[in-house]
Design a protein around this ligand. Structure first.
Ligand code: G3H
Ligand code: 13P
Ligand code: ZN
Length: 315
């Protein structure tokens, strides 16, 4: 089963008011857990690797594992580079069979982001690979910053239209209040849905109908999983994520891709901590890693049902 790009996935997701889950991977057990969970729900899925994941496992190894495991489970999979920092890393992934890449130029000034993204798009499209880019900066962990200061890093709707027009990107990651990691909000969780709606309306008014929007930093950081980590020797304090209902609302709007890494890490860690604490004489990696893998499978099923709404998207 050949890997696919995200093009058709996003077209269907936009029309069907759901999103495709993009889960970060870096080893065999995570890939198996995610793909088994997706197969159980008959859902398409995106597997994504950061630059540090590429360094950890190597692009060839990741590709071969994704190809063979997706074939085993019969799942439609796009293999995606997450937060690609430069053209060199983009090329490495394209040469190694990735079907989608992200170029993250969000830390450059606007014109530089446009120029560098355009260069990536030209290269990737010439090789049949789709491109995600980012505009605006994701909020930090502080939620008590003044509204103006917070909005200064949120994606500007008019700039989003200009950016899509000038770069030719296939999807756009926007900043509306999510953030990376396990410590997202100190106060009440808030996402700027009006901004998301305005971006979509303006894109549509400028000829970009059904344009797929991407949400990074979208883990929910389930308190029960944190409790499980802490009960069995962990020490994770003050963690919080994006509430499930907010994510489901986003996925029913123009958000077609929802990124989750932290939740995968937490689920795997909780399972491994628990089994090792309960069986201190166990030193067989197959035994404890498979518990982590099962936790990921359950997590992905839950996400597909309750966050993404992508059940049966492979039909
Ligand atoms: O958004 C970034 C991801 O969480 C990747 O993190 O660089 O530690 O693999 P990583
Ligand atoms: P989380 O840290 O919320 O899981 O976000 C992951 C992400 O955006 C990867 O690109
Ligand atoms: Zn991200």
């Amino acid at each position: 089963m050949a890997l696919v790009t995200t093009k058709e996935m996003f077209e269907k997701a936009f029309k069907g008011n759901y999103a495709i889950g993009a889960f970060n991977i870096n080893n065999m057990e995570i890939i198996q857990g995610v793909l088994k969970g997706a197969a159980n729900k008959n859902s398409a899925v995106i597997l994504q690797c950061s630059k540090s994941a590429l360094k950890y496992a190597g692009p060839k190894c990741l590709l071969k594992m994704v190809e063979s495991i997706s074939e085993e489970y019969g799942v439609d999979v796009a293999l995606h580079l997450d937060h690609g920092p430069d053209l060199e890393t983009i090329k490495l992934c394209v040469e190694n069979g990735f079907t989608s890449v992200m170029f993250d130029g969000s830390h450059y000034d606007y014109e530089e982001n446009v120029a560098k993204t355009k260069e990536v798009v030209e290269y990737a499209h010439a090789h049949g690979v789709v491109v995600e880019a980012e505009l605006g900066k994701l909020a930090g962990v502080e939620d008590d910053v003044k509204v103006d200061a917070a909005h200064a890093t949120y994606t500007d709707p008019d700039q989003a239209v200009d950016f899509v027009k000038r770069t030719g990107v296939d999807s756009l990651a926007i900043a509306i209040g999510t953030s990376h990691g396990a410590y997202k909000f100190k106060g009440e969780a808030k996402l700027d849905f009006d901004r998301l709606a305005t971006i979509t309306e303006k894109l549509e008014a400028n000829g970009f109908k059904n344009f797929p929007i991407v949400l990074h930093g979208a883990s929910s950081v389930d308190p029960a999983v944190i409790e499980m980590c802490n009960k069995y020797g962990g020490s994770i304090k003050g963690a919080s994520g994006i509430p499930i209902d907010m994510l489901r609302k986003a996925s029913s709007m123009a958000v077609c891709k929802i990124n989750m890494d932290t939740d995968i890490r937490l689920a795997m860690t909780a399972g491994i901590r628990k089994t090792l604490a309960e069986k201190p004489d166990n030193f067989d990696p197959r035994s404890y890693l498979s518990v982590g893998r099962d936790m990921i499978e359950q997590l992905v099923e839950y996400k597909i049902e309750n966050v993404l709404g992508s059940v049966d998207s492979m039909k």
